[in-house]
Design a protein around this ligand. Structure first.
Ligand code: SF4
Length: 259
């Protein structure tokens, strides 16, 4: 299928895992909605045969929240990049986790705003070069698993696009888990971030993830910071139970109707 992604980009592999994960769960695709924001990853919404919505910058999560509350039977998935979800949409991300909105967020983290030329983003590692930090980044980046876990997410995991089988299984698990599930996917962007940081082509990115990844299921997300030269902690970090926003809302609604 023709698509906009550059040769060697990691996003397509993540979309493939998502599609195979739907098959793995056996979920009814007619009861699923995919919401994305703006950026290279946000284009995923245009390439799937689901009810899909390509929304405005940073607003995929509030759009998805509206869908879920209007039709609680829908399985709602947000697929977007770290710049969209954690910077421009950062407030929505933490509050959806805090409220435990029942949705799955698949966040492609390629450490920069690739679509607009490789600017510094919320997860760009210290010392990394970007179009807006040509001498190296001096802003501490977000550790996304730690951020969403601290905000209250009930399922938090990270894999890279080298770990396709694990990623597919992980997304399948997240899709059926009630509550706010967050799957971070580390993906290479050879055209912008990779070029500026001399990281080579797509295959070099995969080799790097193979060498630098450390699998530790159950690890404390506070240990999952990512620096310029690794390591990259991957695995399922958090899997807990907590009432969802809808459970709490219905409890109060029932109480109010008995009065
Ligand atoms: S600019 Fe980067 S993230 Fe965007 S499609 Fe190209 S390689 Fe992928």
């Amino acid at each position: 299928m023709p698509h906009i992604w550059c040769a060697g980009c990691g996003i397509g592999s993540a979309v493939g895992c998502f599609i195979r994960a739907i098959d793995r769960t056996g979920l009814n695709a007619d009861k699923m909605a995919l919401v994305s924001g703006i950026g290279c990853s946000g284009r995923a919404a245009g390439y799937v045969r689901l009810d899909s919505f390509h929304t405005t910058h940073g607003r995929a999560i509030p759009f998805a929240t509206g869908l879920k509350l209007a039709n609680p039977e829908l399985n709602v998935v947000v697929f977007s990049g770290e710049g969209d979800l954690a910077s421009i949409g950062g407030n929505h991300l933490i509050h959806a986790a805090r409220r435990n909105i029942d949705m799955t967020v698949i966040c492609i983290n390629n450490f920069n705003y690739g679509m607009t030329g490789g600017q510094l983003g919320p997860t760009t590692p210290l010392d990394a070069r970007s179009a807006t930090s040509p001498y190296g980044n001096y802003e501490p980046p977000f550790n996304l698993p730690r951020l969403v876990a601290a905000a209250g997410a009930t399922f938090v995991a990270r894999w890279t696009v080298f770990h396709l089988r694990q990623l597919e299984r992980c997304i399948a698990e997240a899709l059926v888990k009630p509550g706010f599930s967050f799957v971070e996917v580390i993906a290479h962007c050879p055209t912008a971030y990779g070029r500026l940081n001399k990281q080579g082509q797509g295959v070099d990115g995969l080799r790097y993830y193979k060498e630098k990844s450390v699998v530790r299921n159950g690890a404390d997300p506070s240990e999952a910071d990512i620096g310029m030269s690794g390591p990259i902690l991957v695995g399922k970090f958090i899997d807990i139970e907590r009432p969802t926003f809808w459970n709490n809302y219905m409890q109060v609604s029932n109480k109010a109707q008995k009065k």
